[in-house]
Design a protein around this ligand. Structure first.
Ligand SMILES: Nc1ncnc2c1ncn2[C@@H]1O[C@H](COP(=O)(O)OP(=O)(O)OP(=O)(O)O)[C@@H](O)[C@H]1O
Ligand SMILES: Nc1nc2c(ncn2[C@@H]2O[C@H](COP(=O)(O)O)[C@@H](O)[C@H]2O)c(=O)[nH]1
Length: 198
């Protein structure tokens, strides 16, 4: 049987060839989460990896669905135990992708989708060369700021930190397999579908 090596951190495992890791990345506020939710509604067969974070829940966010919300101490403990496929600090908080559950779903043949920031996406590209990585771009920087502010869920300080980081993130777009501009939402969603399903 043909096998696909999965390289994840220090370990190398094998799994059947049909599973695949898909990474959606791009600056904060560009619309990754909204696109992801729409994609999951259209394709319930996709497995969405719920991340772990030390950020406080926003209004309406549900533990275990939006994120697993944990303390910094607990997060650092999980890092030391090698529990993350990738992790990064972003705008003052930690974020990470649980390792085993994602590997299990890839092994069982699922398309596993991650919605993560730049540093984590780079880690995945390095450890999973076969992953498909999609970078979502805003139509313009002022529009990105409008979207972050329009979401009205972050403090002024958090918005400033996210915008400061966004410029460098946008400059990294070419590192990834596919670049999609999220101007018209339906067009961007169709472009993601085309990248995933041909
Ligand atoms: N094509 C679009 N046109 C206009 N507004 C959009 C578009 N796509 C998303 N938005 C809006 O932009 C805001 C930010 O979107 P979203 O929260 O999905 O961004 P994000 O990239 O997931 O941010 P973060 O990385 O911080 O979680 C939301 O209010 C969303 O409704
Ligand atoms: N490296 C990782 N980044 C992640 C993960 N889960 C989410 N994110 C990204 O963090 C920022 C901020 O998210 P927010 O919910 O606080 O707005 C955003 O770019 C997310 O895509 C993860 O597991 N690893």
């Amino acid at each position: 049987m043909q096998v696909l090596p999965i390289q994840s951190g220090a370990t190398t495992k094998e799994c059947p060839p049909q599973g695949r890791l898909i990474v959606l990345t791009g600056p904060s506020g560009v619309g990754k989460g909204t696109l992801m939710q729409a994609l999951l509604r259209r394709h319930p067969e996709l497995y969405y990896s719920v991340s772990v974070t030390t950020r406080s829940p926003r209004l309406g966010e549900i533990n275990g669905k939006s994120y697993y919300f944990i303390s910094r101490n607990k997060f650092e403990q999980l890092v030391a135990q090698g529990e993350f496929l990738e992790w990064a600090e972003f705008a003052g908080n930690y974020y990470g992708t649980p390792r085993e559950v994602v590997l299990d779903h890839i092994r069982s043949g699922k398309l596993v989708v991650l919605e993560i920031e730049l540093e984590g996406a780079r880690q995945i590209r390095a450890t999973f060369p076969s992953a498909l990585s999609i970078f979502i771009l805003p139509p313009s920087f002022p529009e990105l700021e409008n979207r972050i502010r329009g979401r009205a869920q972050d403090s002024e300080d958090a918005i400033a930190r996210r915008l400061r980081r966004a410029q460098a993130e946008i400059e990294a777009a070419d590192e990834f397999d596919i670049q999609i501009v999220n101007d018209d939402f339906e067009t961007a969603l169709n472009d993601i579908e085309a990248a995933l399903f041909g």
